[in-house]
Design a protein. Structure first.
Length: 238
């Protein structure tokens, strides 16, 4: 069973479009027009065009049933920023806007002044981010099961069945998951923790190659539990 997957995008629409081109080329090469394309979350923040990424994926999903988009911690932070009334949770608002998170770059991509005070940005965001865009963001699922793989943004807590997993872990977990050599039953395909190149650890597959920090946005194809990186010259073993 074949699945395509794309790592953490972080507002880089140009890299996302290139990843989709690589997938289209692989579809043609192997003659598979049905395999889903899973976007592993962290669509927004840090990069120059988070608004464009959200609009592109929302439009793609409406016309193509193969498009799967998962929620990452950055989508959750933006959703919280848009949902909480201005001034009711200044710590949360300022947390999303602090340097390193990339929230101000996202708001700028929606046409807002990124240097405005937090309360003003939180108020104005309700105008600049449309209700349909916010609804798309808020409705993103946390997991996707396909074949021998579980797709999730950050990972899972080892030893717990999927139905008992804490949603916070699914978008935030690191150490307990990354350091575990436990067989999770399914191959867990995730992002969240940037690395230089796609890594297959047997029990998990990390596909976040740091697009947010100048690295590439990796597109992969998985067949069973084996994975290949897609490149302009074709498949490269992972």
């Amino acid at each position: 069973m074949r699945t395509y997957a794309i790592g953490d995008i972080h507002g880089h629409l140009d890299k996302l479009e290139l990843a989709h081109e690589l997938i289209a080329a692989d579809r043609t090469a192997c003659g598979d027009e049905t395999a889903p394309i899973v976007h592993i979350g962290d669509l927004v923040d840090r990069g120059p065009d988070s608004a464009g990424v959200l609009r592109y994926l929302s439009a793609q999903q409406q016309t193509d049933g193969r498009i799967v988009v998962l929620k990452g911690n950055h989508e959750q932070m933006l959703d919280d920023f848009l949902t909480n009334p201005p001034g009711t949770d200044d710590a949360q608002a300022n947390g999303y806007l602090r340097p390193g998170i990339g929230g101000r770059a996202t708001l700028a991509s929606f046409g807002m002044d990124p240097d405005a005070p937090a309360a003003d940005l939180q108020r104005d965001a309700r105008v600049h981010v449309s209700a349909s865009e916010h609804a798309f963001l808020a409705s993103l699922p946390l997991t996707f099961l396909h074949g021998a793989c579980l797709f999730v943004h950050a990972g899972i807590r080892p030893g717990l069945p999927l139905e008992q997993q804490d949603p916070e872990d699914l978008i935030w977990i690191r150490k307990e998951f990354l350091e575990s050599s436990e067989d999770h039953g399914l191959l867990v395909v995730h992002g969240h923790t940037p690395i230089e190149r796609v890594e297959h650890h047997g029990n998990r597959l990390n596909i976040d190659t740091g697009a947010a920090f100048g690295g590439p946005l990796s597109a992969i194809v998985i067949e069973g539990r084996a994975a290949w990186l897609l490149s302009p010259s074709g498949r490269l073993p992972v």
